[in-house]
Design a protein around this ligand. Sequence first.
Ligand code: AGP
Length: 606
Amino acid sequence: MCGIVGITSNKQVTSTIINSLKKLEYRGYDSAGIATLNNGFINEVKCEGRVDTLEKNLSQTNLKGTIGIGHVRWATHGIPSTINAHPHSSEKVSVVHNGIIENSTILKKYLIKKGHIFKSQTDTEVIVHLITEYLKKNNLKKSILKMLKKLHGSFALGIIFKDQPDLIIGARRGSPLAVGYGPNENYLGSDSYALKSMTNKISYLNDGEFCIIKKDQIEFFDSNGKKINKKILQLSSTENNYDKGEYKHYMAKEIEEQPLTIKNCVNEYIDKINSNINIFNFPWKSEEINSILLIGCGTAYHSCLMAKYWFEQITTLNVNVDIASEFRYRKNNFKKDTMYIFVSQSGETADTYAALDLCNKNNMKTCSVVNVVESSIARESKFVLPIHCGPEIGVASTKAFLGQMLVLYILCLKLSYMRKDINKKKYLEKINSLLSLSKLVKLSLETESKIQLVCSSFVNIKGCMFLGRGYSFPIALEGALKLKELAYVHAEGYPAGEMKHGPLALIEEGMPVVVLAPRDHYYKKTMSNMQEVIARGAKVLLITNKNKDEVHSENIWEKIEVENTSEDLLPFLITIPLQKLAYHSANKKGYDIDKPRNLAKSVTVE
Ligand code: AGP
């Protein structure tokens, strides 16, 4: 989704801005642009498409300046085009914006009456004209305050001014924004990835705050313009050099990294010497929690759904799951004895953040499961459980999904033991199984060759289905989502037992159906449902686990077997072939695997 970079320096900034925009490409975008200030003039270069195109265009223009702002845009108001790309500028001011201005139509009418001429179809352009208008009668700070007060909606802004050769304004409401501190230069960025190649010293703006960045000083202000102090955070250097290595795509790398990320996460949470789970500083007593509500979007929602099955099976807690975009606008009966768990890889997803904010405002117990520990969701939760996966760049979430499930499972075991829902023997058995998970995930990666053979049947089809029951149902949803987002194939994840209530009508001769049937206590039921689709012509790819009992069923098109492990952990293993199925199907079609069309990694608009 949209990304912001700003730099003020005593050196030329164009190439540094471009490098930084490249770091933001993982977010997903459709146009890019840059504006600098040179000899008192604002100059812009913009394009539809990738930062590479912007770089080519720049090589023909010789854009100069020691101060500038850059942007990658994911279209909301107005089609993806050069004219709608950011920055948007008047003679006086240039603006980059993440988010949506909800009252832009009203503001535009007001500004047109005042004589302003609009060039683009974007909501952002009203910000440019508002500031230009206010600057006629007010000083810079007053103009910014007046403009911020007029805007409804969510935004992160970067602004430069014709008359200010060393000044960038950053402002946020709803969308994240960070500043970075460098030697003789300072930075603005929509997230820490944008800043990491330049500095490891950063501060985050909170909602409603704005800042004035000069090359040797950064000042912060609250929404009334009162000066405030900020902590400078030191970022770890481990994420600086994350690249594709020998892999063709980040996604391929991230799938293969899963044995390692699982191992790292297990090492973080499991005390092998004392056979215990380390969750330090948990802020609540176990008897204060009687129910759990898990909230997320997309893949993160699927890991929440998976956790519901575990929590119900292993604890006596009441468990519910919610999609963040639904939760945030429903009438919620907030309960003091509920722990609200927010799951998000990026920690910046606007809907999940808004749901968290709502719970915090109602003084609820909030806990987040995140990958990016400096993210807004992590910073604003009362308790944070990191998934320790390292950066995930591919838009399609893979290693973060396994990481989220793992942390939720570990939390479930810990709470269950604290509440005496399971005895010590069971607790130790389950911890012990976790210790071999990384090795088993590694063996699941070996399903690759079989997947490469079957994936051509998923390439040019009208649609397909992923079926599972119990623990396999959330994985069926995730498998279908992966195929949709990467191979652009219509895929439905469905509870296998629900097919006869309608979707069975979709099954026709030759339609590929992926049936997830590991040998858990749903196995026999799922096999019966599989027969129902086979009888209607479906081409079934069965995913199960190795077992001494043969699969007794005729007319299965193909079968893939993962390793054997406890029922609880089988969902991890059967996920791997589904990730590979989506990857190879998309690769066969030559699609942009790390940046699928229309999608973004960090979904910072609602
Ligand atoms: C997953 O493959 C998706 N790209 C998407 O569903 C994602 O999981 C969702 O947008 C939530 O993102 P988050 O985990 O960063 O909050």
